[in-house]
Design a protein around this ligand. Structure first.
Ligand code: NAD
Length: 318
């Protein structure tokens, strides 16, 4: 396993990070014992970076991860989030964030977090994130309850504006750097790099689109993106390789992203993905795959408030 430093935080993270949203049954029911095994298998095989949130399974993922990490806390870089609590429940007020932190620490059975992130900021008022949430998070950092702070979301332009107005240590993006969509490099990477902000690239499998099992029923991508994903899976299968391996290798090879977060539910997936992360990138294969799949209108889907969308086309849909 390779490790890098997340921006200027001093946190050394494994290039492949463990996304713990499946522990909250986000992609279908995950067996409690198997998820425990998955976490232990990840640690035993060099993954040290774990990402979770109170929202995943409405606290279930944090509680399961906390149990799995008992006695192993010093081996990991532990990240969770605040401000989002359900599909339509958000609260980024100072009071709620302080409470939320203590609740997360209890569930995760730890005295501090390595990284604490405002979750899906596009659902919030931008001024509140800049003027209330981030200053509160910095306060918690001064108290030693968190080592670094960040923001996460799908809409990149808003996250850039926020980080310009109220500096953060890390930005977590998802579904914006993968075999079908790569626009993080246009909208955010150069900015993050210039400022030394740690960049985390999540969901390289496009939340299941780039796997043989395909996306979950709730997946918000367009039918065109899903069809293109299925073409990629087929292209890989015809060549005897797994699309998930190619997709993970591609994301890990990003020139600035410190870590790639993959959601993992079983020890088998963990071992498969660790092998994928260690493989050299097959640039020719990716080139061929792109030629075969052709161009796809790769706009992401709308999330959050209309005014926070990356593109005008998405404002109308939000
Ligand atoms: P993903 O692209 O990592 O896909 C996860 C899905 O792929 C799960 O169903 C998983 O079981 C499956 N999978 C994993 N490895 C596989 C393999 N080898 N073969 C077949 N299937 C495999 O999407 P994700 O889980 O949404 O994203 C990764 C993590 O990033 C999340 O768990 C979460 O921690 C983080 N994340 C954060 C935000 C945010 O903060 N707003 C948003 C999305 C993701």
């Amino acid at each position: 396993m390779k490790y890098t430093t997340l921006g200027r935080t001093g946190l050394r993270v494994s290039k492949l990070g463990f996304g713990a949203s499946p522990l909250g049954n986000v992609f279908g029911d995950t067996d409690a014992k198997e998820s425990l095994r998955a976490v232990h298998c990840a640690i035993d095989n060099g993954i040290n970076y774990f990402d979770v949130a109170p929202y995943y399974g409405r606290t279930l993922a944090e509680a399961r991860l906390g149990q799995a990490l008992a006695g192993k806390r010093d081996k990991v870089v532990l990240a969770t989030k605040c401000g989002r609590y359900d599909s339509d429940s958000f609260d980024f007020s100072a009071r709620r964030l302080r409470e939320s932190l203590d609740e997360s620490l209890t569930r995760l059975q730890t005295g501090y977090l390595d990284l604490w992130q405002a979750h899906d900021v596009e659902y919030a008022n931008e001024r509140q994130i800049v003027e209330e949430a981030i200053p509160t998070m910095r306060e918690m950092q001064k108290l030693g309850k968190v080592r670094a702070i960040g923001i996460s979301g799908l809409q990149l332009r808003m996250m850039r504006r926020i980080a310009e107005a109220a500096p953060v240590d890390a930005i977590l993006t998802y579904c914006r750097y993968n075999l079908l969509i790569e626009d993080v490099d246009e909208l955010l990477t150069p900015f993050a790099e210039t400022r030394g902000i740690g960049l985390i690239l999540a969901s390289p499998l496009l939340m299941g689109v780039l796997t043989e099992g395909g996306p979950p029923r709730w997946h918000p991508a367009s039918a065109e993106v899903k069809r293109a994903g299925a073409r990629i899976v087929r292209f890989c299968a015809e060549r005897g390789v797994r699309a998930s391996d190619v997709a993970i290798g591609h994301c890990i090879a990003h020139r600035y992203g410190a870590a790639t977060l993959v959601g993992m539910a079983t020890a088998e997936e963990v071992l498969q993905n660790i092998r994928a992360a260690a493989q050299p990138l097959d640039a020719e294969m990716i080139e061929g795959l792109r030629r075969t799949v052709g161009s796809v209108a790769s706009l992401p889907w709308p999330t959050g408030r209309p005014e926070n969308q990356d593109f005008a086309e998405m404002q109308k849909l939000a």
